[in-house]
Design a protein. Structure first.
Length: 130
């Protein structure tokens, strides 16, 4: 895991240097270089998530919790990372307003995703109180 982390860090540093050099000549190409490095690292992260996902599924099976909670958890993680990545790219492009809107969309998406669980929690609480 340390080797992969070092490789990802080195790739990000090299990408940052290339993007900084490209900013002098063509700002658009610098943004695309940053996006390319981000995509490569995200693809590597996705392949690393497989063992984590398997372990999480095993834990959920042992606790006999509804698997819809695990699905919601993974969706929430995906929303957080996609929103953060989009906002960071927008900020790097100098688009602060777009970054804020991307973050707002992510927050609203998480709220919508959590509504069924909140409803279930409230139903459980009212059942206990009665």
């Amino acid at each position: 895991m340390i080797t992969e982390t070092g490789s990802a860090a080195a790739l990000c540093i090299i990408g940052a240097v290339i993007a900084t050099l490209l900013k002098r000549y063509c700002r658009e190409q610098a943004v695309f270089a940053s996006i390319a490095v981000c995509v490569i690292v995200v693809l590597a992260v996705i392949t690393s998530i497989v063992p984590i996902a398997e372990k999480m599924e095993l834990l959920f099976e042992q606790t006999q919790l509804d698997t819809s909670y695990l699905k919601a958890l993974w969706k929430a993680v995906g929303i957080c990372y996609m929103t953060g990545l989009a906002a960071d790219v927008c900020r790097d492009s100098g688009e602060q307003a777009l970054a804020s809107v991307a973050e707002l969309w992510g927050r609203v998406s998480l709220l919508l995703l959590s509504l069924p669980m909140i409803e279930e929690l409230l139903r459980l609480m009212t059942g206990v109180l009665e």
